[in-house]
Design a protein around this ligand. Structure first.
Ligand code: CP
Ligand code: NVA
Length: 300
């Protein structure tokens, strides 16, 4: 039994295997030839934060694979009335085949997984967003082939997405250059574990130089809404815009996990422009996570 709490829970071969299966599942979906590989399997989905893409992709994915998914939030379960996460984990483990959790603290997700006897999927914590990285990497591979040896620029907040990109750089062998304002750097232990696969640039345009892929995310993540104004000031000059894209390689791609704020972390002409693959990236959440569910429920 395996959990998927971090990118580091997968070997490089397993990561690539899931990406390739995700691409295969996308082709099946496009030709209306999906096979129900997970009949009668049930996924419990605990969401303590909002979600559009993650919820819909997991729920639609389970249905397409012949199974079912149940949406659980603090508002409609005993979690909201104080039932401990660990007790919930023990109960759900006897009723469903896997559980996805979107929550705040990564440590609380780890504690939850420790007592679960079914696979647990990280559907986003304050530290990491590994499901998004499966979709992002599938999107890159589909457009450009393997990402080993490529240069990726992270511009903006050193948040959960940035940490996940750094983890993935180490696993798949690309270089992640991040440009973050002082005080908004990624997690120190994740940076040091990535060794030579990551480095900090002095400015956003230095990070973008010769990049094959440029990625950004919101300046204030879920739970940081009260910091919005202070962050807008701290992130001045960090908008990914056309001048920034122009120092990257000519065939560089642009990604953003969404939701996005045009005119803040990305200009409208970049996110809606020819180098942006954000819609495909979002669509691949469905296929990459179906591949992950098969991996956790059938192969692990
Ligand atoms: N990118 C992402 O995880 O989107 P949601 O918050 O809508 O799930
Ligand atoms: N960094 C963002 C990602 C949303 C998908 C957040 O945590 O809110």
């Amino acid at each position: 039994m395996r959990h998927f709490l971090s990118e580091q829970d997968l070997t490089a071969d397993e990561f690539r295997g899931i990406i390739h299966r995700g691409s295969e599942l996308r082709k099946q979906w496009e030709s209306h030839s999906c096979e129900p590989t997970l009949p009668q399997r049930v996924l419990g989905m605990i969401f303590e934060k909002s979600s559009t893409r993650t919820r819909v992709s997991l729920e639609a994915g389970m249905t397409q694979l012949g199974g079912h998914a149940i949406y659980l939030s603090p508002d409609n379960t005993q979690l909201g009335r104080g039932e401990p996460m660990a007790d919930t984990a023990r109960v759900l483990s006897q009723m469903v085949d896997a559980i996805s959790v979107r929550t705040f603290s990564h440590e609380s997700l780890e504690r939850f997984a420790e007592v679960c006897t079914v696979p647990v999927i990280n559907a986003l914590t304050d530290l990491l967003h590994p499901c998004q990285l499966l979709a992002d990497m599938q999107t890159y591979f589909d457009h450009r082939g393997d990402i080993t040896g490529k240069r990726v620029a992270w511009i903006g907040d050193g948040n959960n997405m940035c940490n996940s990109y750094i983890n993935t750089a180490k696993i798949l062998g690309f270089h992640l250059t991040y440009a973050c304002p002082d005080g908004y750097e990624p997690d120190e232990s994740i940076v040091s574990a990535a060794g030579n696969n990551t480095s900090r640039a002095a400015s956003p345009s230095e990070a973008c130089e010769q990049a094959d892929l440029i990625v950004t995310d919101v300046w204030a993540s879920m739970g940081q809404e009260s910091e919005q104004k202070a962050r807008e000031k701290a992130f001045e000059g960090y908008e990914v815009n056309t001048p920034m894209m122009s120092v990257a390689r000519e065939d560089a791609l642009f990604m953003h996990c969404l939701p996005a704020h045009r005119g803040e972390e990305v200009s409208a002409d970049v996110i809606d422009g020819a180098q942006s693959v954000v819609w495909e990236e979002a669509g691949n959440r469905l296929h990459a996570q179906k591949a992950l569910l098969e991996f956790l429920l059938l192969e692990s």
